[in-house]
Design a binder for this molecule. Structure first.
Ligand code: ATP
Ligand code: MG
Length: 385
């Protein structure tokens, strides 16, 4: 009998190394680059590009998608297109990068004794043996470029230095032009640079949706849960973080025997990925803040990613009554919510006119927070005579 709680049907498609067939919200960029490469290759020319963008903005995925698409369809003039991907982060020297590039033209040299010039000769022979247009992707290229690389120059002038037909795609978080020598810099003019904007919350929702469709059982994750994850990852626009939370929450849901991924699973995972709320932080909170947090935790427990502020206020009033404390005015309630927001403990979301705004708390499983807050209030409350 199939396990009803199976959620991660194709977990491997959430792995960071997996290249999705479609990059939603990067279609425009992919189209633009495909067009530029095709035009150049069609004329028998090379095309160089510097691709920049923040962490998790999809640089590596976009470059690999582009290279795979060009290999499949983009014959450059008469030449078939092939790509070579090198991550330079740990191999930040021309020689070590060259060793990887040699492998891409099916030559392997032992990692000793050869000068860069000798390696380039062998590389050229390898290229000549099998005529092709090579798209060289140097990922995490900052360290290499900052070390006064000669390779960037050689690869960007492959024709002039009789190295064969090579296009160079450099990837970095920051602009590398200030670190390049003048001749290399001239290869990366305005139409040879693309900077990826950080993903916004909407973009992250679409990305999560597309990746959930690939990896998870249909219907096993609520749109609201995806929106919650997007909200958490949006301040950095980091798709990797968003996908990590999705995978973790799906695991947490399976472990808990739930057949859907719920807000509570996301909170559990986010709490373990980025523990932002500590017990000592709770110690610093006022009784007002604690009681609002407790009402919020209870309203969220097991349900929903956010609660309407009106509902929260009702729940809070009921809680104060239960605890035998004095009622809180509307103004104080709002001020307290604002304080909690300022402390980064809750997120307030303005709603359309007439609607009540939403209050969310993503940091900890609500059940855990409720226990902590109950303890605190229990201790702070004067004993009844
Ligand atoms: N538009 C998208 N659609 C689907 N998945 C995406 C998209 N953009 C990024 N991803 C996924 O998000 C993760 C991070 O993307 P990627 O590794 O390309 O980011 P990056 O900009 O190279 O980050 P870093 O600077 O840390 O290397 C990858 O798993 C990637 O598959
Ligand atoms: Mg990358």
């Amino acid at each position: 009998m199939p396990n009803p709680a199976r959620i991660l049907l194709k977990e491997e498609t959430l792995d960071p190394a997996y290249l999705p067939p479609r990059l939603v919200r990067r279609e425009t960029e992919l189209q633009l680059l495909t067009k530029r490469y095709r035009e150049a290759l069609g004329k028998g020319l090379a095309y160089h590009l510097l691709l920049t963008g923040g962490v998790g903005s999809g640089k590596t995925a976009l470059a690999k998608r582009l290279a795979a698409d060009l290999e499949r369809t983009g014959r450059g003039s008469e030449l078939p297109v092939r790509s070579a991907y090198v991550n330079c982060w740990r191999r930040a020297s021309d020689r070590t990068v060259m060793l990887d590039l040699l492998r891409s033209v099916d030559v392997s040299l032992p990692d000793r004794g050869y000068s860069l010039a000798e390696m380039i000769d062998v590389f050229e022979q390898g290229l000549r043996r099998r005529p092709q247009h090579l798209v060289v992707i140097l990922d995490e290229a900052a360290a290499l470029v900052k070390q006064e690389t000669k390779l960037v120059y050689l690869l960007s002038r492959s024709r002039e230095v009789a190295l064969g037909s090579i296009s160079l795609l450099l990837i970095a978080a920051e602009d590398l032009l200030p670190y390049m020598d003048a001749p290399s810099r001239s290869s990366f003019g305005v139409t040879h640079r693309l900077s990826l904007a950080p993903y916004g919350r909407d973009d992250l929702v679409e990305i999560l949706k597309a990746r959930a469709e690939l990896a998870l059982r249909p219907g096993s994750v609520d749109p609201e849960t995806l929106d919650q994850i997007a909200r958490i990852a949006a301040p950095n626009g980091d798709a990797r973080f968003a996908l990590e939370i999705l995978a973790g929450a799906a695991h947490a849901a399976e472990d808990a025997g739930s057949d859907t991924v719920l807000a509570e699973h996301v909170r559990r995972v986010k709490g373990s990925l980025l523990p932002t709320l500590s017990e000592s932080q709770l110690e610093d909170l006022s009784t007002n803040e604690l009681s609002v947090l407790l009402a919020l935790s209870r309203s969220l427990k097991g349900r929903g990613a956010a609660v309407a502020s009106q509902r929260l206020r009702a729940a809070h009033s009921a809680l104060l009554e239960e605890l035998g404390g004095p009622a809180m005015s509307r103004t104080t309630f709002w001020r307290t919510l604002k304080e909690l927001e300022r402390d980064g403990l809750v997120t307030l979301e303005a709603a359309g006119s007439g609607e009540s705004s939403k209050v969310a708390m993503d940091d900890l499983p609500a059940s855990y927070l409720a226990t902590l807050v109950e303890e605190r209030i229990g201790r702070a409350r004067p004993r009844k005579a």
